[in-house]
Write a protein that binds this ligand. Structure first.
Ligand SMILES: Cc1cc2nc3c(=O)[nH]c(=O)nc-3n(C[C@H](O)[C@H](O)[C@H](O)COP(=O)(O)OP(=O)(O)OC[C@H]3O[C@@H](n4cnc5c(N)ncnc54)[C@H](O)[C@@H]3O)c2cc1C
Length: 555
């Protein structure tokens, strides 16, 4: 996130100093698939060239596998983007450009790549700006004013030979001062507690274990594969695996991420993890993937070793009142389950909004910066920043909260560990099978093409009701998983009261899955505010033009 923010702030006229602990391209199992909504954000920032020459791979959608069945979920046509920029100024040039792109290429695309190559490309774009200085070194602490508590800058240890500027405190440590400090130090943030003392701790529900498959025979090339566990409930002593993601990183290499429920995965050192994967992943995998999966488990290539990362949820927190002089962003401030690959899209969306609100007045890509168009914000005036932060907090929700809630709710369904969730998982799969709007609605949310909290709520509860319908009409497919359905008889009349009780439980579980996240993301407050804003906008617009504004009202 930091490089894209440094780039856009610099383009808008700010002078930026950026610290990065290690400037070698990171070798991690995170951030390898950028949703179409993220690609659009990159384009808005003028950074789309960072996806070129990194051996990235076009992603045209998903295929969800469940037992012997699968359903394709293609990304929608490009026109959908027209309705996307809900909160933003839609300039005639942008609409014209979109129309031109539509004529050339009809379908939205995401991109997958080696995370390190993409990050390196973003860093190079940032460093190429005259007013960006990038220093390789670790930030050790924040410098604060003793009387006001305001953050004044950072104390950092540059790698030897990096700089000879600054106040020398010890042999290698320097103090750096700035009117405004951004902290985006990732999921294991060291400064989160200090800047957001009231924020909740991240909750880890599972870990993703990453493998690299070489020359994998992909069942649906150009698509992300989501593989759901076969069968119904597990025994209490059986841990099982959650969903498995598979997507190509380049022509030869394919990433597999296996979700292992629980706060800690089995030990890698004593070989438990390998055995665990062999036992639990093999039965769910499409046969085509088995040879490359087995080879990956035995791979001796150091960069292909098994690795794991926690999948955390951290709701966002409004800023501006607690700590002055600093802004915390990226995973350090807000995280969601990586199942839907939405983290970088949220980060890029944040960069767009922050650039617009805090920018130095020059246009960046397609973004006009400064609160009122080209008005420059004085970064040393905290009152201005506080207002901008409040706006950011609410404005980002349209995208961030939808992605966050969707990721958490889908994860609950796809990792179903009780009978009611299993019913919802089946219902969800069958809902996708219906196609049309039932497929396009969820995918525009997932791809962050048309994120809308109302659309999310609508499709989530549609899935819940459809699951109940399936429970009554096709109970075979729900009792023991789709592949064992034939062995179960249809319910007799006497079983209907039982099904009615189960359907109430299913609905209650659906509410339990969605509502806590809706509350922690304050989506209802957001919707209330938005309705208020739209009503105000409509009234103003009517009085100005006398025309109807059905497009905006219909949002
Ligand atoms: C398993 C997994 C898979 C994921 N897959 C996807 C995906 O496919 N698509 C997607 O969009 N998102 C994905 N995400 C989420 C995505 O990786 C994050 O949302 C994104 O990387 C957040 O960016 P960030 O800049 O906040 O943090 P990071 O990318 O973690 O960057 C933080 C940077 O800060 C530096 N740093 C930390 N501390 C210091 C310090 N003290 N001094 C100097 N530098 C420091 C680090 O070196 C690092 O470079 C995934 C997450 C996980 C856990």
């Amino acid at each position: 996130m930091l490089s894209s923010l440094a780039y856009s702030l610099a383009k808008s006229g700010r002078k930026v100093l950026i610290f990065e602990r290690d400037l070698t391209p990171p070798d991690r199992i995170v951030g390898e698939l950028l949703q179409p909504g993220g690609c659009m954000r990159l384009q808005r920032l003028g950074l789309q060239h960072c996806l070129d020459n990194i051996d990235s791979f076009d992603v045209q959608g998903y295929r969800v596998f469940w037992g012997s069945q699968s359903v394709d979920i293609p990304y929608p046509e490009r026109e959908t983007e027209m309705h996307w920029f809900e909160d933003e100024k839609r300039s005639p040039e942008r609409l014209q450009k979109l129309e031109e792109t539509n004529r050339l290429d009809k379908r939205q695309e995401g991109r997958s790549f080696h995370h390190g190559r993409f990050v390196d490309s973003l860093r190079r774009a940032a460093i190429a700006q005259d007013n960006v200085t990038m220093i390789e070194g670790a930030v050790n602490e924040l410098l604060t004013c003793a009387s006001t508590g305001r953050t004044l800058g950072v104390r950092a240890t540059p790698r030897p030979g990096q700089t000879n500027a600054g106040d020398k405190r010890t042999a290698e440590t320097f103090d750096y001062f700035a009117p405004l400090t951004f902290i985006a130090d990732g999921c294991f943030s060291k400064f989160r507690r200090q800047l957001l003392p009231e924020a909740l701790q991240p909750v880890v529900r599972s870990n993703f274990v990453g493998l690299i498959l070489e020359h994998a025979d992909m069942p649906s090339p150009g698509h992300g594969h989501v593989i759901l566990r076969k069968g119904g409930n597990l025994r209490a002593d059986e841990r099982g695996v959650g969903p498995v993601l598979v997507y190509q990183l380049s022509k030869d290499e394919t990433r597999m991420l296996v979700d292992v429920p629980g706060a800690k995965p089995p030990s890698m050192a004593n070989g438990e993890l390998k055995e665990y994967l062999r036992k639990h992943v093999t039965p769910s995998l499409p046969l085509q993937l088995l040879p490359s999966f087995n080879a990956a488990l035995e791979s001796q290539v150091p960069s292909h070793r098994l690795r794991s990362m926690p999948c955390s949820y951290l709701p966002p927190k409004s800023q501006g009142t607690q700590a002055e002089g600093a802004i915390i962003a990226g995973d350090a401030m807000n995280m969601r389950h990586p199942l839907t690959g939405g983290g970088m899209t949220v980060a890029l969306n944040d960069v767009c909004i922050l650039t617009e609100l805090l920018g130095g007045g020059k246009r960046v890509g397609e973004i006009e910066t400064g609160i009122d168009g080209l008005q420059v914000i004085d970064l040393s005036e905290w009152d201005h920043i506080r207002k901008a932060l409040k706006t950011w907090h609410w404005k980002r929700k349209g995208v961030a909260s939808v992605i966050n809630v969707l990721a958490q709710a889908l994860y609950s369904l796809f990792s179903a560990d009780d009978a009611s969730l299993e019913v919802l998982k089946t219902g969800c799969f069958k809902y996708f099978e219906l196609g049309g709007e039932r497929l396009m609605g969820p995918v525009v949310l997932l791809a962050a093409i048309a994120p809308s909290p109302m659309l999310l709520v609508y499709h989530f509860f549609s899935v819940a009701f459809y699951s109940i319908y399936v429970l009554f009409t096709q109970p075979r497919s729900l009792t023991k998983g789709i592949d064992n359905a034939a062995s179960i008889s249809e319910p007799g009349l006497l079983q209907y009261p039982m099904l009615a009780v189960r359907s109430v439980m299913v609905f209650a579980v659906a509410c339990r899955v969605l509502l806590p996240y809706m509350f922690s993301e304050a989506i209802l407050v957001y919707l209330h505010r938005k309705t208020h804003d739209i009503a105000k906008y409509c009234t103003n617009r009517r009085s100005l033009t006398g025309s109807d504004c059905s497009y905006i009202c219909s949002k």
